[in-house]
Design a protein around this ligand. Sequence first.
Ligand SMILES: [Zn+2]
Length: 397
Amino acid sequence: MRPRLSGDLRRANRVEVMRSFYGGRTLTRGDVAAQLGVSVATVGTIIGELTAAGLLEETQSARSAAGGRPASRLRMRAAAPYLVGVDLAETHVIAEIFDQAMTRVGHFQLPVAPTDDDPDSVVGHVVDTVQGVIAALDGVSAADVAGVGVSLPGQVDREGGVSIHAPNWGWHGVPFKSLFQKRCDLPVLLDNPLKAITLAEMMFGEAGDHDDSVVVNLGTGVGLGVVAEGRLLRGRTNSAGEWGHTVLVADGRPCHCGSRGCVEAYIGAAALLDLLTEVDPDSPLLVPGDQAATVARLAEAAARADPVAVATLERFARPLGMALANAVNMLNPELLVVGGWVSAAFGEPLLAAVEPVVKEFSLTVPYDAVTLAASRIADNPVSLGMAVLAFETFVLP
Ligand SMILES: [Zn+2]
């Protein structure tokens, strides 16, 4: 059981009140109280603490409906300290820096070569990128940064700061946090990209308006995040959402996780390239060794109804729709957000192709309750989610 002491509850309440203001919202105490279903007095106490800590500020006043004293509005203070969110992926490391109101003020990116799998070397790229994004911002130094949130692919032990297993690099038990802190003394925390993306969708996307939602990430790897009764589901070992490694086909294709028939082996970007090759082995849309370029060409060709691209998308929609239907049947969400770079490349045509398949394989009652939507977050949701976690860990009292 997790501890449920009053100190934890007070902190949890501060997090909930603070989250009401993300995304540039200006709200009265009454708005927050109504949203969270608690008394205005309780919200007033917490807002007092957050204002005293320099996190919220009063803006203009709103005339109350009853015509009495105007209710003052509050918003997050755009100020130092800054937070850095890092998206470390198989092919790149992206660091973005945000002010305290979670507005992105800088971006810095370095490539990671496929052969570059030595932990020291990868951590070195991360530190270089963090230092690069800070150095690029005029008048800002490391002293103005409260902390760094780093997203690592695979299984991550947040408390210990350890990468338990990153299959792409063959990592087992890499002490990422201590390697980072040998090179850089900024406070750092780790998490997995699925958790970061889901938090970003909860705070800045449509998932925040629904208590039960699923956020699907389609890229080289695939996975999903679960919001259940308004909370991010982590599971016992922070592994909740490893939908990419649930089995879609008994004894099917081998997966790089070591199992067979996984969802990811059928709908990861590599599988999409395999489908294109099956449809037309000599397709000019294929860019050997470059998933991103091939998917971009494929999406552009599908948009102009190129028959090879359309046939590839239709074949891709079958396993994708089946796997999404499994998520609908298992989790009964109100909203299913589809994001990630593969989804972003195709846009609406992907959802249009997949929706009938989801309907075919879902039970009627949960299907009728769910809305499918493409992610609308324009920024990199991984670095945004990690910056939010860094803010809540290193800044929020
Ligand atoms: Zn797998």
